[in-house]
Design a protein around this ligand. Structure first.
Ligand SMILES: Cc1cc2nc3c(=O)[nH]c(=O)nc-3n(C[C@H](O)[C@H](O)[C@H](O)COP(=O)(O)O)c2cc1C
Ligand SMILES: Nc1ncnc2c1ncn2[C@@H]1O[C@H](COP(=O)(O)OP(=O)(O)O)[C@@H](O)[C@H]1O
Length: 299
């Protein structure tokens, strides 16, 4: 797979290209990308995706996550375009002509029904269809994927679910467990003094953080997955006024400070509470651990 930033010099070959914001790489996005890949294979052209790099925006999947998923799906080329003011000001017609047709040599585009682009998001699938046809190509527009309740699967809905703690519903729409990749940082060192060490994760990352609470989780450390249980939010029992994400990992005892890990959210157990007595907090954490140990994977 080739990764090309549009601001660099490159040569392009005729391609089919999947277009969209692709935050979450959910089932709807996967349908668009997989159709692009299989059509390109059939017609012996390169399959590609155009990714917008929003820099610093909080999202469900970072650009690195998207690239990793695209590589696993077998895409030939990932084009990355920085989401600059200039791009925001680009006239929709210029976006199709200058970027898609001239620069990337797109012969077919693949997008969802609600794909919009260019200045004030004024470009839509109607314009895309007309311009692709005029150039001798084709814009293929795929229907929305629906969830169990026949609602359209959308990044904004998945974001809402994560931010309200409904990670189980979010995971079903994503068809994978919501995860954040981050570094283990130092906390207040209370955990290990009471026999429940908790690895604290840096939350100043590109990811949205689930609603406060205690979660059944899994954690990937050096390519190995462990079960764990995680608190998200302020440690009210310690009068802390900042949010932390802290995970107690089962059957594990290594020092992982500064390691980069990936934490997967499976199920929200309860709210974070203020325990006057630390013994009550520890008792509650032990019961959360028992619950999480018994919790079965569902994806
Ligand atoms: C499963 C679990 C549940 C937790 N629940 C709460 C809670 O309800 N209220 C609270 O103030 N802190 C809660 N915590 C956070 C602990 O207070 C914190 O992990 C502990 O003080 C150790 O912090 P340290 O890593 O900074 O040493 C929870 C932690 C875990 C792992
Ligand atoms: N089973 C475990 N779960 C979580 N962290 C563990 C575990 N075993 C060892 N550790 C280590 O202990 C650290 C957490 O201990 P803790 O006393 O809570 O310190 P801190 O307050 O710095 O997080 C983790 O960052 C990790 O390096």
């Amino acid at each position: 797979m080739r990764i090309i930033n549009l601001k660099d010099e490159f040569t392009s070959e005729k391609c089919y290209i999947a277009l969209g914001y692709f935050d979450g790489m959910h089932l709807g996005h996967l349908k668009i990308i997989k159709t692009c890949i299989s059509d390109a294979k059939r017609d012996k052209v390169l399959s590609s995706v155009l990714l917008l790099d929003f820099k610093n925006a909080k999202s469900i999947t970072t650009i690195d996550d998207k690239i990793k998923i695209l590589e696993e799906l077998g895409i030939d080329t990932v084009y990355v375009i920085d989401f600059t003011d200039e791009l925001k000001r680009t006239e929709p017609k210029a976006f199709v002509k200058d970027i898609l047709l001239d620069k990337l040599k797109a012969k077919k585009t693949y997008s969802g029904e609600d794909y919009t682009f260019g200045l004030d998001k004024l470009g839509d699938t109607g314009l895309l269809k007309d311009m692709m046809k005029e150039s001798g190509g084709e814009a293929i527009v795929l229907n929305f994927e629906l969830d169990e309740k026949m609602q359209k699967i959308s990044s904004s809905n998945i974001k809402k679910l994560i931010l309200s703690g409904e990670v189980m519903s979010a995971n079903k729409e994503l068809s994978r467990y919501y995860s954040i990749k981050s570094k283990v940082i130092h906390g207040k060192k209370y955990g290990s003094t009471v026999g429940i060490p908790t690895a604290n994760l840096n939350i100043n990352t590109g990811y949205i953080i689930p609603y406060q609470g205690v979660y059944v989780t899994k954690i990937k450390i050096k390519d190995q997955i462990y079960k764990s249980v995680t608190s998200v939010g302020k440690n009210l029992s310690f009068n802390e006024d900042f949010v932390s994400v802290e995970t107690n990992i089962f059957d594990f005892k290594d020092d992982i400070y500064d390691d980069t890990v990936r934490l997967y959210f499976t199920y929200r157990i309860r709210d974070m509470l203020n325990f006057e007595d630390k013994d009550d907090l520890i008792k509650q954490i032990k019961s959360d651990i028992d619950f999480a140990k018994k919790f079965e994977d569902y994806l």
